[in-house]
Design a protein around this ligand. Structure first.
Ligand code: NI
Length: 211
């Protein structure tokens, strides 16, 4: 089944209903998308909601979102000057630069965790302190192109890898030392949301500033 069209980076989130009643009303394996906006600047596409079940359609949509991120992010920052890139996306929040470097750091971890999950038996992954990493010298001041290029390369390979795996592999698990066991399906869904989440920080900032 083809994934539903992705409305990416506009501040709108399309997602499968997660509450039991609305899911019971769904025909089997037919994605029904609901339009949702929030006014909390921290969560422009809403908070991450874990799906109660994964289907070929939800998986394909999440992988398509990962495939779309590099171009969506380059589009989101196109034409911004250095002063705009150094502007926090909200009061007290990360700058656009930190958001982009955070995406590279975060998705580098996810890319590596995917490889361990596919090649080891329930590997325990290493968490990283994202707020501390966002304050490291390069995350604070390096040109964004380095991280945009990392995301180009990592996402291209990540998507080729995910598309090459049989459905059963998405039930493979890894262990987060604090949060417990998670599946590859969860990870793909989570980082699809994470892609939209941070891209929307930038597109919403541009809307608010009229940039
Ligand atoms: Ni994040």
């Amino acid at each position: 089944m083809k994934p539903a069209q992705i409305d990416f980076g506009t501040g709108a989130q399309k997602y499968l209903p997660t509450d039991a009643q609305s899911r019971r009303d769904l025909p089997d394996r037919v994605p029904v998308y609901v339009f949702r906006m929030t006014t909390d600047p921290r969560y422009p596409v809403g908070k991450f909601h874990r799906l109660e079940m994964y289907t070929d359609a939800t998986r394909a949509a999440a992988i398509a979102t990962l495939a779309a991120l590099p171009v969506a992010l380059r589009t989101a920052v196109a034409g911004l000057n250095e002063s705009q890139i150094s502007t926090p996306y909200r009061e007290g929040g990360w700058t656009v630069r930190q958001v982009i470097h955070h995406l590279a750091d975060s998705h580098a971890n996810a890319y590596i965790r995917t490889r361990f999950t596919l090649t080891a038996d329930k590997p325990t992954i290493m968490p990283y302190p994202e707020n501390v990493w966002a304050e490291l010298a390069d995350a604070k001041s390096a040109p964004i192109e380095g991280s945009l290029a990392m995301l180009d390369g990592m996402h291209a390979r990540w998507v080729i890898l995910l598309n090459a795996r049989p459905t059963a592999d998405f039930a493979r698990a890894f262990v987060h030392p604090e949060h417990g066991e998670r599946t590859l399906d969860w990870m793909v869904e989570m980082y699809g949301w994470h892609s939209r989440h941070h891209t929307a920080h930038i597109t919403e900032l541009r809307k608010a500033k009229g940039w």
